[in-house]
Ligand binder design. Structure first.
Ligand code: FAD
Length: 382
């Protein structure tokens, strides 16, 4: 089992803006191919584990992070999710066995984003690379995309002019790099809000399943965060009163709310400036794809840079981004329905369709992230 690594890493200076999961992955994938990227982040450090947005790490991400050894560390640390259930009242509409997806990894595992970031950081530090925290790209225009020039604000407030050969904008949904490119971020915001809360329980609880309980209207999703922590996510503002707790609550760890946007930038690069992760696309957490898709961007970009083919990045990534946005949009519309007739139809038709093997396989493949092109530099079957 190995990986085809491209030609010699020619010396090119690379600046990565953002040390979230996507920027860290880009830095790690470049480092293991012989590059020494500089990575900066506006924040004080990685995401606090208890304020993690992403939880679901899919099988495709594990494939991508195998060559660096991070996948195995994620598997050790993560909660396995053996099945998914969708329920309406007392009725189970359908159940999916996550282990039925073919390949080395089961479809998806649960690990707090803050922990995933720490595992990436640890691997990156073995190459002698650490993010420069409290260090930001300052808003401004990039005049020449082939030889970008940006201003970086250091922790002491001093300003520095940087002219990297390659600039990677992995600086999240409000990306300064995207704005500096003058790129639009078209799409739409849904009317619906999502609410989440994480509870820590005392005593043993079953964390090996994911569940969606459908109401008329609205839903509550349940996902494991750790062996004693469960996340609930809902479209209902008063959802906490409807949670059926599996054990005694030890702590209400974190609560948040957010509005869903579906947006993506096109193209994802101009000259030698590249956008990856939330800087390039945002969508609903339904399907747990955002971080996974961004990690995929980062891995493709690093491989293309090493191959000297980075100008192909946007054309190769856009179809995958569009596919995931379309799929999460459909899924989000299904769970945010308010029309009673549409809800009744959904509750009738979804279980019938998912009784058939091919439909279950398609759904599982997308949960696993196998519905986007397989990375060509990885020479084993997923
Ligand atoms: C409730 C919720 C649940 C989710 N669940 C999942 C899930 O289960 N699975 C999944 O795959 N995805 C999930 N997502 C999506 C996921 O959280 C994001 O897609 C992911 O965090 C994107 O990573 P990123 O590195 O692109 O951006 P971010 O994580 O936003 O990181 C961007 C980094 O850039 C830094 N930065 C910002 N501006 C600057 C600047 N000017 N200069 C330098 N640095 C800067 C920030 O400090 C930050 O550290 C979820 C999202 C939400 C809201």
């Amino acid at each position: 089992m190995g990986e085809k690594i491209g030609g010699e890493a020619t010396f090119r200076s690379i600046l990565i803006a953002g040390a979230g999961p996507v920027g860290l992955t880009a830095a790690l994938e470049l480092a293991r191919r012989g590059f020494t990227p500089r990575i900066i982040d506006d924040g004080p450090g990685p995401t606090p584990v208890e304020e993690s947005r992403a939880l679901g790490v899919n099988a495709r991400t594990l494939t991508l992070l195998s060559p660096s050894g991070v996948a195995e560390r994620i598997v050790d640390a993560a909660q396995s999710i053996d099945c998914f259930r969708v329920r309406a009242g007392e009725r189970t509409l359908f159940e999916l066995d996550a282990s039925q997806v073919q390949g080395r990894f089961s479809a998806i595992r649960g690990l707090a984003q803050g922990q995933t970031e720490r595992l990436l950081l640890e691997a990156l530090s073995s190459y002698g690379i650490l993010p420069e925290w409290r260090t930001a790209i300052v808003a401004g225009e990039i005049a020449d995309f082939r030889k970008p020039e940006v201003t970086v604000r250091r922790p002491d407030g001093a300003m520095e002019t940087v002219r990297p050969d390659i600039l990677v904008g992995a600086d999240g949904a409000h990306s300064v790099v995207r704005k500096a490119l003058g790129a639009r971020f078209p799409g739409e915001a849904l009317e619906a809000y999502f609410y989440l809360v994480d509870f820590r329980y005392s005593g043993q609880i079953d964390t090996h399943f994911g569940e969606v309980s459908i109401f008329d209207p609205g839903m509550i999703g349940r996902l494991p965060v750790a062996s004693d922590v469960v996340r609930y996510i809902s479209t209902l503002e008063d959802f906490e009163s409807r949670i059926v707790h599996p054990a005694t609550i030890a702590e209400r760890l974190w609560a948040s709310q957010f509005r869903i946007h579906f947006r993506h930038v096109e193209p994802m690069a101009k000259g030698n400036v590249f956008l990856a992760g939330d800087a390039a696309h945002i969508h609903s957490p339904a399907g747990a794809r955002g971080m996974n898709l961004g990690i995929e961007d980062a891995c493709w970009l690093a491989w293309l840079i090493a191959e000297g083919r980075e100008q192909e990045y946007s054309a190769l990534r856009i179809p995958a981004v569009k596919q995931v946005l379309k799929q999460t949009y459909g899924l989000t519309r299904l769970i945010t329905m308010t029309n009673p007739l549409a809800i009744a139809m959904r509750n009738l038709i979804a279980p019938l369709v998912l009784r058939f093997g091919p439909a279950r396989r398609v759904l599982l493949r997308s949960v696993a992230g196998y519905d986007t092109p397989k990375p060509p530099w990885i020479d084993w079957a997923e």
